[in-house]
Design a protein around this ligand. Structure first.
Ligand code: MN
Length: 209
């Protein structure tokens, strides 16, 4: 279990600061997204656990896995806020300060095997992210030996081992990109750290549901 993976959860500052992803994602968007929205998910998760101390023993992924066994409205509260904390930490962690990081030879081979080409993977990720109606995510996941692209609503998590996510809640892009979700997706794909994606594929796969 990694540090800060259990109650009380803390929203740690982004290691490179909010301006590190300019001009693709602007500092103001990062401020509201990380320091405000993720803070709220973190605070609301901690508050729910404070009121239900039997949950204090569970790590973040275990809270997500157990949410559906809880009575309502706690079920929804844990599902939305533990999911919100996981999904956002996952999103920010995969961002690179340097644009156009290329996948390694090994990861490229896996991508070509599954999608034909890197361009085709990006194109399919974008199409999936554009297809989300309302708030949610597009994901690249590993399902056994194959890679898949899926979408989820709200703060739900996907089946399989998540490798990459694209947050398409309007709070992720509306300050800079306004209603142009496609332009935001293009910019986000420029700053994906494919070394992080590769590590998620190879090191200790996480299965959330
Ligand atoms: Mn978000």
């Amino acid at each position: 279990m990694s540090k800060n993976d259990i109650y009380p959860f803390e929203n740690l500052p982004l290691p490179s600061g909010n301006a590190a992803y300019e001009p693709y994602i602007d500092a103001q968007t990062m401020h509201f997204h990380h320091d405000r929205h993720l803070q709220t998910y973190t605070d609301d998760l901690n508050a729910a656990i404070e009121q239900n101390p039997h949950l204090k023993q569970y790590a973040l992924a275990e809270l997500i896995r157990r949410a559906d066994e809880l009575p309502q409205p706690l079920n929804n509260t844990v599902r939305n806020n533990a999911g919100g904390v996981f999904n956002h930490r996952f999103y920010f962690e995969q961002l690179s300060k340097t644009a156009d990081v290329q996948p390694s030879k090994a990861l490229s081979a896996v991508i070509v095997e599954n999608f034909g080409s890197f361009d085709e993977l990006e194109s399919r990720l974008k199409k999936a992210a554009l297809s989300v109606f309302g708030s949610g995510y597009a994901w690249l996941v590993a399902d056994g030996d194959s890679l898949e692209i899926v979408t989820t609503a709200n703060q739900d998590v996907p089946s399989g081992c998540p490798l990459l996510n694209i947050d398409v809640w309007e709070h992720a892009y509306y300050i800079k990109h306004r209603n142009l979700r496609g332009d935001y997706i293009d910019d986000l794909l420029r700053i994906i750290d494919w070394n992080v994606v590769e590590a998620r594929l190879n090191d200790g796969r996480v299965i959330l549901r």
